[in-house]
Design a protein around this ligand. Structure first.
Ligand code: FMN
Length: 218
């Protein structure tokens, strides 16, 4: 077996090849650039979670609130996130629709920060995303009221068993409360991490449907 140092060297070489080279010009469309980097990370990542992003909302008490959500899709308008809506995130987004999404992709060493306005998706779209989830996750959505206090974990397991029986051999409908948002980006910043801290930072800003770009100092 190769010594650890050799394996590490190999790994670093793979990572370096995967990274885009420094200051090599900017793409016109940041959503396309996002997809390009996502594919690179996804192809190399051992665990299939590059789509997990930190979603920050503005709390009703003024404190920011952050949690990880799965990024479900990217369309021409923006970035789709889903989940139950009678929750802290749902309430906060409904009261202030300004949201940020933050990604860190450790294999290609890229951080992406997105700020934008969240638009609720239609019930039809929500249902489509709901049915793309594994059956177990769909059942849990019916059994659990996300964010509500849980006095007794055994009661949740019992509820899940009841829900399993209820929907046995049937298609599971999308719960009324389940939905999602499309985060329409206003600003997207890509940071390509560099060991000597000379990171490449490119900020895209959208004004009246046009993207402008600028480099930022690291
Ligand atoms: C990797 C990962 C992915 C997650 N994806 C989702 C998701 O897509 N939707 C969701 O509602 N919660 C998801 N969660 C749970 C959230 O982090 C969070 O606990 C939940 O949405 C409640 O947040 P809230 O109380 O601010 O509404 C995920 C957690 C992790 C760690």
């Amino acid at each position: 077996m190769a010594p650890t140092s050799q394996l590490l060297f190999k790994y670093k070489t793979v990572v370096r090849k995967a990274k885009t080279s420094k200051f090599n010009g900017v793409r016109q469309n940041p959503l396309e650039y996002f997809k390009e980097l996502y594919s690179k990370e996804n192809a190399l990542a051992q665990a299939n979670i590059p789509g997990a992003c930190c979603v920050s909302t503005i709390g009703k008490d003024g404190y920011p609130n952050a949690r990880f959500l799965a990024l479900k899709d990217i369309n021409d308008k923006g970035f789709i996130i889903t989940g139950p809506l009678s929750t802290r995130k749902g309430d906060e987004i409904n009261s202030v629709p300004k949201v940020s999404l933050t990604f860190w992709w450790p294999i290609i060493e890229v951080q992406i920060r997105i700020q934008g306005n969240a638009d609720q998706i239609s019930p039809e779209q929500a249902s489509k995303y709901f049915h793309e989830r594994p059956r177990e996750s769909q059942l849990t959505s019916w059994a659990s009221r996300q964010g509500q206090p849980l006095d007794n974990p055994a009661s949740l397991i019992k509820k899940l068993e009841e829900v399993k029986l209820q929907f046995q051999d049937k298609e599971i409908p999308c719960p009324k409360d389940w939905g999602g948002f499309c985060v329409i980006p206003k600003r997207i910043e890509f940071l390509e991490f560099s060991d000597e801290r000379l990171h490449t930072r490119i900020l895209y800003t959208n004004e009246a449907d046009k993207w402008t770009t600028e480099y930022l100092q690291p």
